[in-house]
Every structure is written in structure tokens, then in C-alpha cells.
Write a protein that binds this ligand. Structure first.
Ligand code: ATP
Ligand code: DGY
Ligand code: MG
Length: 448
């Protein structure tokens, strides 16, 4: 019967929206900070005097919403601010004190350097009583840059693209970018001296390493010029990099140019870095919502990685075990996973890692009663499509066959978008304005 899956589908979507809501940039800032007289209070109890001027800087796809939240808390306290966002959304937020500048992502450009120049100018020649509030989120590395002397932004964006295409992960990519920048890797914090600095971050990085989020402009950098060189060697790019980049890294290796500021550097005694939204924070919010809906929630991970279709098969095995033996959690249950899978695209179809995972799960849960799974990209864009992801249940497979759609064929062709377009099941949120990676919500009732 179909209606036994209707409620799980609706509940899966309700829970998913709770996860996106928990990562809302404006709300997250307002939940994390408050102003009492001349004291800025953080949710973790940290208190900062704001008797001096307050300057705001930042960059990232969610940083416009963060700026909106900050203005509503600090208002007139803010003397001035510059935050870099994707040029497509630069007019989306109406701000009074903070200037949004449009730059480019995922490829950095002169617009990113312009934003970098404005940011550095904003926090130059400050006083000890001044406060800098930094707002960083995913996409910040491309949106904000100020290259080291002698290296061009084109050279940085070209080597970044080559590293991505050769499979470098975000930690490796940002290790290289930190060593070619006057902002990344803690340099922004040094530039802000002698003012105090609070950095609020929305994490799109698996494991939430703060030195990697937007390449950590305010965070001590444990990586070195040697790490950067080794990464370029690992991806067979050391012989290909422009002379300017090779020369700078070699001078860094010889100590002729300064290393990025390291953990333990006294400058960070006046810096406070906090993550105000992340995949785990959203998973915890979704677990609370699942509990309110009467389910036993279980968070399994916020660090999910691997080939989407294979990860889907593992999730199917977890669902079947819950139904069969109530292990690791008794039904009615909700399993919650987060992270960022990958897709090796071989076919000529259209899709995204969340839609592909949902299709793989639909194949595996065929015939299960009372089971629905939603796979969602929190930024609202799954792959080059207008869907955030998809929701499937134990009937999806049969429904597809009845319409002459063979799920396995669409999976083989990496054509998940067209599968859900034909059958239904797309989740469309529009651009959410945040990015804390992907969510999987598996709702499991015990109806048989
Ligand atoms: N036909 C397809 N089917 C499944 N996945 C695809 C397909 N085409 C592209 N992809 C996947 O979509 C990914 C790009 O998705 P997306 O644009 O959401 O990137 P992202 O990592 O989320 O970047 P951002 O942080 O900017 O959102 C690629 O890494 C690729 O693996
Ligand atoms: O901009 C970046 O570096 C990535 O989105 C990780 O935060
Ligand atoms: Mg995305």
C-alpha cells in the first residue's frame, strides 16, 4: 500500500528542513551573540568589551546572511564593514553599515582581489580598543584573496582548478592557497592587530577544521611551505606551476619569506574563533525534531564520504538491520548522517551526489514498508541542477517500473535528475543561502 510510506516521506522532509533552518546564517549569528551595554556576549560565555569601534569583514556564500544577523545585533556599534559574497547574490541583502562586495566562486578573480584589498584597508591601523568581527563561510577562499607579491590571481585560480581536477581534497587545496595569500592561513588576524578579533564561522568542511574553513584567515595555520610543495609534487603539478609560485614556495622553504602564523603565536591570544553552524549542529537539530515527531533518533556521522551510490548501499544495510532487529536503534527510528560524498561521472546524464545516492537507496529499499529516505544538499543546489536532492521510499522502485522507468539504467547513466523529474521525488528548496554540506534522513517505521 502506498499510504504507509506517505507519513515517513513527509516526516523525512520536515526533519530535513529543520536541518537547513538550523544552519540559517542570520538566525545562527543572532543565536550566538548578543549585546549588553558595551559588552558583546557569545553563547559559550565569552564576553568582549566593545567600547571602541567595531569593524566587520568576511567572505563566503553564507556571509551576506551572517552580516544581516550581525547588523541586527550590533547596529550602530558597527563603524564600517566589507564582506565578499558571490556577485549573483550581492543585492540580496539590504544592509546599512556593512558593504557587500560581489566576487566570484568557485574560480577566484580580480573581483576577489578587489574584495581582499577593501577588507585589508578596513582593518588597517586599528587601535587596541577596537574590535574586528569576521564572518567566514564556505566559498570564502575563492571570494576573498590578496596574493603574495609576484603571484597573480589567475595563477592562483589556475593551480587551484588543476588541484581540484586531480582529486586534491579541500585540506590539500587550502594548504597550497594559504601559502600564496596575504589573507589566508591566519594573515588576516595578524593584519587586524592590535585590535581584538572575533571570527564567526559556518563550516562546510568535513570535521570542521577551522584552519580550513575559507582557508582560515583568522586561524593559526599548522601547515607549512613544505606541505604545500609536497602536495604539488603529489599531484604532479610541481613541475607545471608558474615560476612565480615555485619561486615563492622555494623562498618560503629557505625562510626568506615568512611562514603563515602558527599555533602558539601570541597574536592569537586576542583572537576568538567559533563555529556557529555546521553539519553536526544541524544533525543535532534534526535529531531533536525527530524526537518531537515520536521517533528514536540516532546520529551516525557528520563525516560521511565515499562514492554516493556505494554509500547508499551501506545506508540500505543499516535501514534493513533496524527493521529486522532494532539494531543499532529500535523503530520507529530516524537515522541521521551528514557529510559530502562524491560521484565518478561516467554517463552523460544530469544529477548530483544527493540525487544519485537517493536513487541508489531506492533500488536497495525496494518493497520495504514504512521506510522513506531524504538526501539533501544544504545549500539547495545538488550538482549542476535546481534540486537540493530527492526523497525515496519502499515503493519508489515499483512506481518507476509502472511508468516504464528502470532505476538501474538511470543510475548507470548518472541521470538521477531525469529519473526524479519523470517520477517525482525531487526536493527543491531554492538557494538556501547556507552550506553545511549534505544530510541523509532515513525514517523507519515498523509496519511489518
Ligand atoms: N550527472 C551527475 N550525477 C551525479 N553527480 C554529478 C553529476 N554531475 C556532477 N555531479 C557531481 O556534482 C558535484 C558538484 O556539485 P555542486 O555544484 O553541488 O558542488 P559542491 O561540492 O556542492 O560545491 P559548492 O560547495 O560550491 O556547493 C561534482 O563534484 C560531481 O561529482
Ligand atoms: O572556501 C573554501 O575554502 C571551502 O568552501 C571550505 O570552506
Ligand atoms: Mg553544492
Amino acid at each position: 500500500m502506498e499510504n504507509e510510506n506517505e507519513k515517513p516521506r513527509i516526516d523525512a522532509l520536515t526533519i530535513a528542513l529543520e536541518g537547513i533552518n538550523a544552519a540559517d546564517p542570520e538566525k545562527a549569528v543572532k543565536q550566538w551573540i548578543s549585546l549588553e551595554g558595551d559588552t558583546l556576549l557569545l553563547k559559550d560565555g565569552h564576553a568582549i568589551n566593545v567600547a571602541g569601534n567595531v569593524y566587520v569583514v568576511g567572505a563566503g556564500k553564507a556571509s551576506g546572511g551572517m552580516a544581516l544577523g550581525l547588523e541586527s545585533v550590533l547596529g550602530e556599534k558597527i563603524k564600517e564593514g566589507v564582506v565578499s559574497v558571490p556577485e549573483e547574490i550581492v543585492d540580496r541583502y539590504k544592509l546599512k553599515r556593512i558593504k557587500l562586495v560581489g566576487a566570484t566562486h568557485p574560480k577566484a578573480s580580480e573581483k576577489s582581489v578587489n574584495a581582499g584589498r577593501l577588507v585589508l584597508e578596513t582593518i588597517s591601523n586599528l587601535k587596541p580598543e577596537d574590535l574586528v568581527v569576521a564572518l567566514f563561510s564556505g566559498g570564502g577562499s575563492a571570494l576573498l584573496e590578496y596574493p603574495v607579491q609576484g603571484v597573480s590571481i589567475e595563477e592562483i585560480s589556475d593551480i587551484s582548478l588543476k588541484l581540484m581536477r586531480r582529486g586534491a581534497d579541500i585540506f590539500e587545496l587550502n594548504t597550497v592557497r594559504k601559502h600564496l595569500s596575504m589573507i589566508k592561513g591566519g594573515w588576516l588576524a595578524r593584519h587586524a592587530q592590535p585590535a581584538r578579533l572575533v571570527a564567526l564561522m559556518i563550516s562546510d568542511v568535513i570535521g570542521d577544521r577551522m584552519d580550513t574553513i575559507a582557508s582560515g584567515p583568522t586561524v593559526p595555520d599548522p601547515t607549512t611551505f613544505k606541505d604545500a610543495r609536497d602536495i604539488l609534487v603529489k599531484y604532479r603539478l610541481w613541475e607545471e606551476v608558474p615560476e612565480s609560485i615555485k619561486d615563492h614556495i622555494e623562498r618560503g622553504l629557505k625562510g626568506e619569506v615568512p611562514e603563515t602564523p602558527k599555533p602558539g603565536d601570541p597574536l592569537f591570544s586576542k583572537v576568538k574563533n567559533v563555529i556557529i553552524a555546521s553539519n553536526m549542529i544541524s544533525l543535532e537539530a534534526m535529531a531533536r525534531k525527530a524526537g518531537e515527531l515520536g521517533y528514536n533518533p540516532l546520529i551516525l556521522t557528520s563525516m560521511l564520504e565515499g562514492e554516493a551510490r556505494e554509500v547508499g548501499r551501506v545506508i540500505v544495510s543499516l535501514i534493513k538491520e533496524v527493521k529486522r532487529s532494532g539494531i543499532p536503534v529500535k523503530p520507529p527510528a530516524v537515522l541521521l548522517l551528514g557529510g559530502e560524498t562524491t560521484v565518478t561521472v561516467r554517463g552523460n546524464g544530469i544529477g548530483g551526489r544527493n540525487q544519485e545516492m537517493a536513487l541508489s537507496i531506492a533500488i536497495g529499499i525496494r518493497g520495504l514498508k514504512g521506510v522513506a529516505v531524504a538526501c539533501i544538499g544544504s545549500d539547495g543546489r545538488d550538482g549542476p541542477t535546481d534540486a537540493a536532492g530527492a526523497v525515496v521510499d519502499g515503493n519508489t522502485y515499483e512506481l518507476a517500473l509502472r511508468q516504464g522507468l528502470k532505476p538501474e539504467d538511470f543510475l548507470t547513466n548518472n541521470d538521477s535528475y531525469n529519473f526524479f523529474k519523470a517520477l517525482g521525488g525531487h526536493v527543491k528548496t531554492g538557494y538556501t543561502g547556507t552550506n553545511v554540506n549534505d544530510f541523509v534522513i532515513a525514517v523507519i517505521n515498523q509496519v511489518d
